[in-house]
Design a protein around this ligand. Structure first.
Ligand code: HXC
Length: 258
């Protein structure tokens, strides 16, 4: 499949999607988001793959929604057209883990897109922010909702109200990113994490993703109940038998995704 705004490739069991509008620092428009959604669903449906990485360029993961497009919009354009959000939730529908590998700017919708992923690995050049306030708008795809859940009310308020950027170190301290790596090692690290995940039992990986996401959608006791049901159901899989047998036999497991 060839796209105009993204590049896709597979590396072993990993699907890689690179946002590719370099002249606009990967600013997000409807076409890019449609292509991203299609690529994600295609990778998700590919049984040979176990994990997906979304990345951008050295300079920008994505510098937000395309301001040149939004500048001409009125309420009805945005409301009826669901500007860039029509298939925003696709990443959540994807059962395979999605890692954001972020270098450079992840601003506005770019930061929100990274937060939609299951976790973020940041290059030491990464800069995160929700600068919408400076454009006279509020964040529209999770900046005021996912950011406070990922960091804290204080940090989210600070970023959303002042529009300032935070660097990779601050983002790691705040809990937005899982690790910070040297910029020239970003893809190596992201791919290594993705390969590790892809070599696990895929049904179990999907259950873990689902269960962690539940933590944000339910009460603690409901979430624990959900997790417990998932835990019990693992014992109906061949991979549980294999994983524990391999441990006892002091060898690596050979999961069959069954
Ligand atoms: C359209 C953009 C863009 C954007 C950068 N460009 N960000 N075009 N939409 N969001 C374009 C610039 O116009 C410029 O094009 C080229 O990319 C390079 O950008 P420069 O500004 O020249 O680069 P630099 O000086 O290095 O500054 C980088 C930057 C700055 C700090 C990231 O570009 C910037 O502040 N961008 C806007 C960030 C922002 O406000 N994002 C939030 C958008 S609102 P030319 O043609 O001049 O070379 C949003 C809402 C989401 O995301 C809503 C979801 C529903």
């Amino acid at each position: 499949m060839s796209y105009e705004n993204i590049l896709t490739e597979t590396q072993g069991k990993v699907g890689v999607i690179r946002l590719n509008r370099p002249k606009a620092l990967n600013a997000l428009n409807d076409q890019l988001m449609t292509e991203l959604g299609e690529a994600l669903l295609a990778f998700d449906a590919d049984e040979a793959l176990g994990c997906i990485v979304i990345t951008g360029s050295e300079k920008a993961f994505a510098a937000g929604a395309d301001i040149t497009v939004m500048a001409g919009y009125n309420y009805m354009d945005v409301f009826k057209g669901e500007f860039i959000t029509r298939n925003w939730e696709t990443i959540r529908r994807v059962r395979k883990p999605v890692i954001a590998a972020v270098a450079g700017y992840a601003l506005g919708g770019g930061c929100e897109l990274a937060m939609m992923c299951d976790f973020i690995i940041a290059a030491d050049t990464a800069k995160f922010g929700q600068p919408e306030v400076k454009l006279g708008i509020v964040p529209g795809a999770g900046g005021t909702q996912r950011l406070p859940r990922a960091v804290s009310k204080a940090k989210a308020m600070d970023l959303c109200l002042t529009g300032r950027m935070m660097d990779a170190q601050e983002a790691e301290r705040a809990g937005l990113v899982s690790r910070v790596v040297a910029a020239d090692k970003l893809m190596d690290e992201a791919l290594a994490a993705a390969i590790t995940i892809a070599d696990m039992s895929q049904p179990v990986v999907a259950m873990i993703k689902d269960s962690v996401n539940r933590a944000y959608e339910s009460t603690l006791s409901e979430g624990i109940k959900y997790e417990r049901a998932m835990f019990y159901s693992c014992f109906a899989t061949e991979d549980q038998t294999e994983g524990m047998k391999a441990f006892m036999e002091k060898r690596p497991p050979n999961f069959k995704n069954q």
